[in-house]
Design a binder for this molecule. Structure first.
Ligand code: PGA
Length: 262
């Protein structure tokens, strides 16, 4: 796994955005897998900035989001549908018909999950999947114990995730208990994975994901088996890595993603 370490969260977000921009330059009709949460907000802000400068065109881009809460109306302020529109889609020229999010309100959730997998396949698969990590080591809502071969399905949130996300809902009681999430297997099918992690409270989780054994107890660790996975971390998130200095040394001989579009 390529590990890029930046001084602070803002710099990490800019680097992740530049890696995404670079892909869109190479492939204007790229299929992006997108993520929600506090971490990627400034990555989306940088993509919006590049778009506004005339550097980035999303008109042919297709997107698939990782997950959505079950039973939360789309219009709810904390739905991932609302999050994505407020923080990204409303500010770039992506074609609304190319935007996809799992439907947490489908009458038949199992059927909707299967159809979501089919739409990803019909779009030709995901070129780049943006990911965050939960403090319990999850990617998307693949909580500890999720099968590493899992596909899009309904998943119950762990207490740690409910506690972490309570900050968005005002209380733990208000956080939905169920989600629809792409599986670890669905994520591993992406041609490229980009894991963006910031803040010291994620240091233990990212250390387990990058340096620990591959285990369903830390679903992000499955990325160790991915052929093209990049982790972009800030210093606090990287602070528990035992091979941090090697990551910096290896990176010094790589082209700097920040130079793209400078
Ligand atoms: P966060 O969430 O960016 O809000 O920390 C990440 C995640 O749970 O995947």
């Amino acid at each position: 796994m390529r590990v890029i370490i930046r001084k602070n969260a803002q710099a990490a977000c800019v680097t992740a955005a530049r890696l995404i921009a670079s892909l869109i330059h190479q492939k204007p009709d790229a299929v992006l897998g997108l993520a929600t949460g506090g971490t990627p907000v400034n990555c989306y802000a940088e993509l919006i900035r590049l778009h506004r400068c005339g550097e980035l065109d999303f008109s042919r881009v297709t997107s698939f989001n990782l997950d959505e809460y079950v039973g939360l109306p789309r219009e709810h302020a904390q739905s991932f549908y609302s999050f994505m529109h407020e923080n990204f889609f409303n500010h770039v020229n992506i074609d609304p018909s190319r935007i996809h999010l799992p439907n947490g309100n489908a009458e038949d959730l199992t059927k909707a999950c299967d159809e979501y997998e089919q739409s990803i396949a019909c779009a030709g698969g995901i070129d780049l999947q943006l990911l965050g990590i939960g403090s319990d080591g999850h990617i998307a809502f693949n909580e500890p114990g999720s099968s590493l071969a899992s596909r899009t399905r309904v998943k119950t949130l762990c207490h740690e995730t409910i506690r972490d996300n309570a900050r968005f809902f005002g209380s733990e009681a208000a956080v939905p208990r169920l989600s629809v999430t792409m599986g670890v297997g669905s994520i591993m099918d992406a041609r490229q994975c980009l894991l963006l992690v910031t803040g010291e409270k994620k240091a233990a989780a990212i250390r387990s994901a990058i340096e620990g054994p591959v285990t369903s107890q830390v679903t992000a660790s499955a990325l160790q088996f991915h052929r093209f996975a990049t982790a972009v971390l800030d210093e606090p998130a990287a602070s528990w890595l035992s091979r941090k200095s090697h990551c910096d040394f290896a990176e010094s001989s790589m082209p700097d993603p920040d130079e793209i579009l400078r």
